[in-house]
Design a protein around this ligand. Structure first.
Ligand code: S3P
Length: 170
């Protein structure tokens, strides 16, 4: 028998705006593997943007959809996978990530605010982005580090350099 699918070659986790999509797409190109993003999967399944889902159905509804999307992607995708910034909030999701090639992309709060502060497509940052960022990072950093095999800081580095660091870290 041939072995079954091995799952994603790389899983990127980390806060929104850190560059998971850009770096992930670049890694996929370099590795000659497909790129997938659970946010895109959720939007495709729901037929509407994530901001709509948050506004009309609330965050718990979104998290349930996200949990299903991550589970499905881990089972079916063998390329590069980027997870939404809050996917690690779910304990079952964290358990599913154990033993996977998970890399945390991270940045400091100043860079986070600079990158995402004015992005209205990100419903969690609509009000007081700096305080929200600090609280988000404090709450989530332990969860990110729990699942990540390696940590890559994006500060002052372009996507190529970050992508190279991800490959070196694995
Ligand atoms: C979220 C991050 C977003 C998206 C949603 C919630 C979060 O994904 O899933 O807006 O809770 O951090 P990205 O990290 O891809 O922006």
């Amino acid at each position: 028998d041939t072995p079954g699918p091995v799952g994603p070659a790389v899983v990127l986790v980390g806060p929104m705006g850190v560059g998971k999509s850009t770096v992930g797409a670049l890694l996929a190109e370099w590795l000659g593997r497909p790129y997938r993003d659970t946010d895109d999967d959720i939007e495709a399944a729901e037929g509407r943007p994530i901001s709509d889902i948050f506004v009309n159905d609330g965050e718990p509804y979104f998290r349930a959809a996200e949990k299903a999307a991550v589970r499905d992607a881990l089972r079916t995708h063998d390329g590069v996978l980027a997870l939404g910034g809050g996917a690690v909030l779910d304990a079952d999701t964290r358990a599913l990530l154990a033993g996977r090639p998970v890399v945390l992309l991270t940045m400091d709060v100043d860079e986070a605010v600079r990158r995402t502060g004015l992005n209205v497509a990100r419903p969690l940052l609509a009000v007081n982005p700096r305080r929200t960022w600090r609280e988000l990072m404090e709450a989530r950093l332990p969860l990110y580090t729990e699942v990540a095999r390696a940590v890559v800081t994006t500060a002052d580095r372009g996507p190529e350099e970050v992508a190279r660091a991800v490959l070196e870290a694995l």
